[in-house]
Design a protein around this ligand. Structure first.
Ligand code: COA
Length: 438
């Protein structure tokens, strides 16, 4: 059948599209900036049409209405990563969380261990061949579209066309809902003196020709801001944000020495502002690939001179790294942190390193400082990166190398890069913990 006829026949209002959801379904939303807006709103507004709906996804920048207690009569949120708008539902008990490595999600969907009945995505309008582009997010979206019984796509002409594994034919989509709106934006975090110092410390571990993976949070842009003088950097990263555009425009990134996918920045999703989305639009230098390629430790291990930079909440004296919970409260997820930490450790050229970069303290709204270097992780916190995997830890006060170091050496190095206000107390705790002098 002519693709134009398919598109015309399947184009409908958001209220019509959500009638394709059936009671008992698991609805999976595309990740992060790719989350549709009108169809998610319509699903919540029409909740009287169904019973017992599970909603799952990774990051959301949306309202997360389906996770609110007033909708828990119909919806159960079961996140694979949590975000500010959804995390309270887990703490309140009606929502829940599935711990999962990002790179495994497509294969868990294929095996039906993570079940998908309805996949909700955002796409460009179809091109002259009848293909829409999923634009900002390849990750698990590609597999979700293949495995779902029903695919509902919000068609947004403001979505960039990004090359890679991102094209989907109109025949693979069951319902199109046209809705032109600006994409979600995540503005670059403010870089203070602390982030600048962390950026400089990380930059001292990055040579010309390095391939970079950058995690989520305020630190990655601070590191990139320090790399303007570098040459032949490469990007192979779960996500990129606006900082990569600035560095590319300075000529520091050419991806010429990555070992694989040379000449291309390979990523699995975009999370920045319009500046990033415009930069990636029809840009042959950027490819979006599914997360079971980009984040797979076997793929990551083939990259040359790999430096992975991620962030964390807390590090204990043994080097156990907590990144996705504060005590019992789930605040995010492992995402790709361990995928890249393990890939770097397995690197074929033996040069891969991973850095956990964090401010030495977190400052609460009332001005209270909490040390992120601690003798013991908080009660109920989950270890994200184990002490066996931990490599470098960087704060504004310096660099600790944990790999190969014994427990006491680890603790000494970590205390030396902790905030000065806490060092004396931490030294006392060291004596108690290890029954030894600092
Ligand atoms: N004790 C108590 N609270 C803490 C804390 C600690 N040790 N460390 C951080 N927090 C609080 C902060 O105060 C902040 O609270 P607020 O939201 O009320 O302001 C919140 O936790 C987030 O901390 P912040 O430092 O602002 O986070 P960030 O945006 O820089 O992100 C991580 C840091 C660790 C949360 C984030 O990198 C993450 O989720 N990592 C795991 C996933 C990952 O690494 N993926 C990699 C590829 S995407």
């Amino acid at each position: 059948m002519d693709w134009k006829k398919i598109y015309e026949d399947r184009t409908m209002s958001a209220d019509e599209a959500v009638k394709l959801i059936q009671s008992g379904d698991t609805v999976v939303l595309a990740h992060c900036v790719a989350e549709p807006v009108a169809v998610v709103d319509a699903m919540v507004a029409n909740k009287n049409l169904y019973k017992d709906i599970t909603v799952s996804h990774m990051v959301t920048l949306g309202k997360g209405e389906y996770s609110k207690p007033e909708h828990s009569d119909v919806f159960r949120y079961e996140g694979w990563f949590t975000s500010p708008s959804t995390r309270n539902s887990i703490a309140q008990g009606h929502g829940d969380f599935i711990p999962v490595f990002f790179h495994e999600i497509p294969s868990l969907i294929r095996k039906d261990i993570l079940h998908v009945d309805v996949m909700m995505v955002t796409v460009t309008p179809p091109d002259e061949h009848g293909y829409c582009n999923i634009g900002v997010s390849s990750d698990y979206t590609v597999q979700g579209i293949k495995s779902a019984r029903t695919v509902i796509a919000e068609v947004n002409d403001q979505v960039p066309t990004v090359f890679g594994e991102t094209f989907v034919h109109v025949s693979e989509i069951d319902a199109f809902v046209e809705n032109s709106h600006p994409l979600f934006e995540s503005a670059p975090a403010k870089i203070t003196e602390v982030e600048e110092a962390i950026g400089k410390n990380c930059a001292s571990l990055i040579d010309d020709g390095a391939t970079l993976q950058l995690g989520i949070g305020a630190i990655p842009d601070a590191v990139l801001a320090q790399l303007g003088e570098k040459k032949h950097l490469g990007i192979h990263s779960e996500m990129i944000a606006d900082g990569v555009v600035d560095l590319y425009e300075k000529g520091a990134i050419d991806c010429s020495q990555k070992g694989i996918d040379e000449g291309k920045m390979v990523v699995t999703f975009l999370m920045g502002t319009k500046k990033l989305y415009d930069f990636c639009d029809k840009n042959p230098a950027v490819e979006l690939r599914p997360v079971d390629y980009v984040n797979h430790p076997e793929v990551v291990s083939q990259l040359k001179n790999l430096v992975c930079i991620n962030s964390c909440v807390q590090v204990d004296f043994m080097g156990q790294i907590v990144s996705d919970s504060i005590g019992t409260k789930q605040i995010s997820g492992v995402g790709g942190q361990v995928d890249f930490v393990r890939g770097a450790a397995m690197s074929h050229d033996g040069k891969g390193i991973s850095i956990m970069a964090m401010p030495s303290v977190t400052v609460k709204k009332d001005g209270t400082k909490i040390s992120k270097v601690v003798p013991y992780i908080d009660h109920g916190a989950a270890v994200t990166t184990s002490r066996n995997d931990a490599d470098y830890v960087v704060t504004e006060y310096g660099i600790a190398r944990l790999k190969g170091a014994n427990l006491k050496e680890r603790a000494r190095q970590l205390i030396n890069i902790a905030h000065p206000d806490f060092r004396d107390e931490l030294k006392e705790q060291f004596k108690e913990r290890f029954n030894a002098e600092f």
